[in-house]
Design a protein around this ligand. Sequence first.
Ligand SMILES: [Zn+2]
Length: 293
Amino acid sequence: MIVDSHVHILPPSRTRGLVRWIHRIFPGHPSSEDMTADQVLEDLAACGVEKVFNFVFPLKEEETEPLNAFSREVASAYPDVTGFGSLHAKTPRKEEVTERCIAEYGLAGIKLHPYVQLFEAFSPTFEPMFSKLEELARPFVVHTGFDVFYRQTQDLDYLRGILEGHPGMPVVLVHSLFPRFTLAYELMSEYPQLYLDMTNSVSAMRWYRESPGKWTSHEEGRQIAENLDHFEPLLEEFSSRTMFGTDHPAGMGSPAQVYADLDWFGLPAATVEDLKGRTALDFLEKHCGGDGL
Ligand SMILES: [Zn+2]
């Protein structure tokens, strides 16, 4: 079964904004600004996707509650969608909001996109959320990497502290710290509660492999070269804790292109099966209260 571990079904105004943004980055990108949940899911179904993880992220505090309610609505309207909640750094009583998302709304965990939400996720501000997630044994899913593209950084020492201090909270590093695969490899070796989401990292690595000299940023090209040796070992050795998705409707191309990018590497069949769905199904079962969510 193919499980897309990274999709954004959002309210219409946010979908418009997201697709407008992706068009600025990739002119000619096939997504349209008026895409509905049905269309997003149809595009994915055409690639054989049977289940998806849906991520929302409030750009301002006031949006937190309506977006979490929206995530719940989508997940209840579409049984194959596993919804996640989100918080903003300014959200008061983070432990209560986290608990409501999971216990009341039936959402699987919390996803943060700090580079777009414009705050530091690896900070004491989110400790109440980490503690609640650990108590409930539910996942913290967080954007990591693509620092050059977003022109931002994260406190990765604090991330290590979170992994040390909250061993009962599953953590998913979305984009696998791209391109810090050496660090991702180290962390995956050390922390059994850690998972990776290879969304966009795979497409970016394909682009790099095809024309390393043409990489858009010299600095990032240098970082990729330094981490190259750990990319495939990371996928192959830790595939049982590595997921993969499209970021549809704002991925690095159509869903078909994104899956073609993964196939391009010619990885061992067992690795590909893990990335395309087996790990995500196992993750739902182990950490999200079962795959019926
Ligand atoms: Zn995304």
